[in-house]
Design a protein around this ligand. Structure first.
Ligand SMILES: C[S@@+](CC[C@H](N)C(=O)[O-])C[C@H]1O[C@@H](n2cnc3c(N)ncnc32)[C@H](O)[C@@H]1O
Length: 287
C-alpha cells in the first residue's frame, strides 16, 4: 500500500476545533488519515461518520479506524446524497486519494498502465474509456480546456485522441498526449488531460456544488466546515460559497486567506503543493 500522508492534517484539526463529545462528518475518508485524527480527539460519547463514495477506500479507512469503532460509523455515499444534521464539524478533503492514484487498476495513473476507468465509485457511471472513445472531438476539447485548464493545447490533444481511437489504457492515452505536447519540466504533459477526464467521469464540480449547498444545513450553529481543495476550479467555488454565506449572515469566514502547507509538509509530501484549506463557522441555520 502507498505510504499514507494526510494533507494539512494539523490545520484541519485546528479549524475543526473538535469537541470531545461532538458529532463530526468526514465526507472524504480516503485512507482514513484525517478521520483517525478526529476519532482520536473524541471520547466514546462523540460520533464520527466516515464517508467515501469509493467502497475500496472505505474498507481501507475501516482498517485505519479499527480501534475507534465505538465512535466511528462508515458510510458509502457521494456528496449529493449526504443528509446528516446537527453536525459540530464537517471536513472535505477533495479530489483523489494517493491510493486511487497509485493503484493502476483504478485507471487514474498516467505512470503505470491500467484500464481507462477513473471512476471513484466503480459500481456506476461512465468510465474514462467510454468518454474518450465515444464523445465528440469538440466535447473532449472543451473538457480538456475547461477542467484541465489546458488553454493552449486542448484542441490539439482532442484531435490526437480522436485520431487514435479506440484508446485502450492509461499509458496509451498518456502516450497520445505526449505525442502532441512536448514534455517541459517534471510534470507529465498528460497530467491536465487526466485531471479533466477524472473531473468529468466523477462529475466532481456538480458534486462539490451539491456539498457546498448541503453543508450549511448539515452543520449546527457554532459548528465548522473545513474544505481542502487542490485546484483553482474547486477553490473558487469554495471561496465564493463561503463569501456568500458570510454576506447572508449564515457563517463567519475563519480563513481570510487560504491556508497552505508549510515548508516541512511540502518537503515531506510534494503532492500537497497545490492544497488550499478554507474554513467557516456556522452562525445560524441555513434552512
Ligand atoms: C484526497 S482523498 C481523502 C484523503 C483522506 N483525507 C485521508 O486522510 O486519507 C479524497 C477522497 O474523497 C473521495 N471523494 C471524492 N469525491 C467524492 C464525492 N463526490 N463523494 C464522496 N466521496 C468523494 C474520494 O473517493 C477519495 O477517497
Amino acid at each position: 500500500m502507498a505510504e499514507h500522508y494526510s494533507v494539512l492534517l494539523q490545520e484541519s484539526l485546528e479549524y475543526l476545533a473538535i469537541k470531545p463529545e461532538g458529532f463530526y462528518l468526514d465526507c472524504t475518508a480516503g485512507m482514513g488519515g484525517h478521520s483517525k485524527a478526529i476519532a482520536e480527539r473524541l471520547t466514546p460519547a462523540g460520533r464520527l461518520v466516515v464517508n467515501d463514495r469509493d467502497s475500496e477506500s472505505l474498507e481501507m479507512a475501516k482498517r485505519t479506524l479499527m480501534d475507534f469503532v465505538d465512535r466511528a460509523e462508515f458510510q458509502c455515499a457521494p456528496f449529493s446524497m449526504l443528509n446528516e444534521s446537527g453536525l459540530d464539524g464537517l471536513l472535505a478533503d477533495l479530489g483523489t486519494s494517493r491510493f486511487q492514484l497509485t493503484d493502476p487498476d483504478r485507471g487514474f495513473s498516467l505512470l503505470q498502465d491500467g484500464p481507462l476507468d477513473m471512476r471513484m465509485d466503480q459500481t456506476r457511471g461512465m468510465t474514462a474509456a467510454d468518454l474518450v472513445n465515444h464523445s465528440a472531438e469538440t466535447a473532449i476539447a472543451d473538457w480538456i480546456f475547461q477542467y484541465g485548464q489546458e488553454r493552449r493545447n486542448a484542441r490539439k490533444i482532442a484531435r490526437a485522441i480522436y485520431a487514435a481511437r479506440p484508446l485502450r489504457s492509461t499509458l496509451h492515452l498518456a502516450g497520445v498526449v505526449e505525442g502532441v505536447v512536448p514534455r517541459v519540466g517534471p510534470i507529465h504533459p498528460a497530467t491536465r488531460t487526466f485531471q479533466a477526464l477524472r473531473i468529468v467521469v466523477n462529475e466532481e464540480m456538480k458534486e462539490l456544488d451539491a456539498l457546498l449547498n448541503r453543508a450549511p444545513r448539515m452543520v449546527a450553529p457554532g459548528g465548522r466546515i473545513v474544505m481542502i481543495s487542490f485546484h483553482s476550479l474547486e477553490d473558487v467555488r469554495v471561496k465564493d460559497k463561503f463569501r456568500d454565506l458570510q454576506r447572508a449572515g449564515i457563517a463567519r469566514i475563519l480563513t481570510k486567506k487560504p491556508v497552505v502547507p508549510g515548508d516541512k509538509e511540502l518537503r515531506e509530501n510534494a503532492a500537497s503543493r497545490s492544497a488550499k484549506l478554507r474554513a467557516v463557522e456556522i452562525l445560524k441555520s441555513a434552512a
